[in-house]
Design a protein around this ligand. Structure first.
Ligand SMILES: O=C(O)CCc1cccc(O)c1O
Ligand SMILES: [Fe+2]
Length: 314
């Protein structure tokens, strides 16, 4: 019942507005090494914990957590579009098992995922359809959100189920660390923007393009130091990484308000890493390595990558 973990930041700005060549080369080297590890491991099942950026999940019915029993990638920015090979029966069993463990989770037979899921699968496996994959959505952008502790416990419950399958499992966390790209907030939105956050599925190509251009413009302003975006927070990012590696339950002390204050509104994507480590922790003691960390303003990201495995397997 082996398990491996890979966590990494995502950014849709890769290929639109890149950092200096030496940084880009280093990130691509780290990504290639992670992909080699994954391909050598050859997982029988991938569980990817991913956020969504108002592409698949909206306030018309916003769950804190949702397991996909069938899913499609929308292909925003440069990410791949198309169906994910989801083992639906296993997803349903997973949801039943998590609910039986007192963690309330939704189930979707028509999940839409965006770059927050697709980019991790592409980087780590070379495509969307290389391995059977169960996507697990964690609300990381639409308040109110569950506690960070709840993401850890969700991960743990999923890990207990996975360990019973006997499968060679890879868990992925996609997102974070500190960052605050220009994603609107319902509380301060105009009526028109609010409607988009409540029921904004299936943007027209024009609206999609305008949205992507806004993100690229924001990245340029952020890198130039103009505008008033939340700063990246390398010290906070590194402290978080350290907790994952050596004292996972300590993340329970991080309140949602403190995450927003210290890391920015999209720093809530760290929930995906916490859930992935929670799943790994269900298998016993583990060893984690930090493969990369650097604040990359061009990508609006405190950009990190880690991998981990049970101590017995290391
Ligand atoms: O398209 C959006 O809504 C925001 C995209 C976005 C930008 C920078 C870093 C991210 O992690 C991210 O997801
Ligand atoms: Fe994101």
């Amino acid at each position: 019942m082996p398990i491996r973990l890979e966590c990494l930041s995502h950014t849709p700005l890769h290929g639109y507005f890149d950092p200096a060549p030496e940084v880009l080369i280093e990130v691509e080297r780290v990504a290639a090494a992670a992909r080699e590890r994954v391909l050598a491991y050859d997982p029988e099942l991938v569980v990817v914990f991913a956020p969504d950026h108002y592409n698949g999940f909206f306030y018309d019915m916003m769950p804190p957590f949702c397991i996909g029993a069938a899913a499609n990638s929308i292909g925003d920015y440069k990410s791949l579009a198309g169906p994910l090979p989801v083992p639906g029966e296993l997803s349903r069993e997973l949801a039943a098992s998590v609910l039986a463990a007192d963690i309330d989770v939704a189930l979707s037979y028509r999940m839409l995922v965006d770059h927050g899921c697709a980019q991790a699968l592409e980087v780590l496996t070379g495509g969307l359809d290389r391995f059977p994959v169960i996507p697990v959505f964690i609300n990381s952008v639409a308040p109110p959100m569950a506690t960070l502790r709840r993401s850890r416990l969700l991960g743990e419950a999923i890990g207990r189920f996975l360990s019973r399958t006997g499968k060679r499992v890879l868990v992925i966390g996609s997102g974070g660390i500190s960052h605050e790209p220009p994603v609107p907030e319902l509380a301060s939105a105009s009526a028109e923007v609010a409607e988009r956050l409540i029921a904004g599925r299936n943007l027209t190509p024009e609206a999609r393009n305008a949205r992507q251009e806004r993100t690229i413009a924001a990245a340029k302003a952020f890198t130039a130091g103009t505008g008033d975006m939340h700063p990246l927070n390398p010290a906070w990012d590194r402290a978080f990484i350290e907790r994952l590696a050596s004292e996972l339950p300590a993340v329970d002390g991080m309140t949602n308000a403190a995450i927003t204050r210290d890391g920015g509104r999209s720093a809530h994507e760290i929930r995906t890493w916490v859930a992935a480590f929670g799943a790994l922790s269900a298998y016993g003691p583990y060893h984690a390595s930090l493969d990369f960390y650097r604040p990359i303003p061009e990508w609006i990201a405190g950009f990190g990558a880690m991998h981990a495995a049970p101590v017995a397997a290391a």
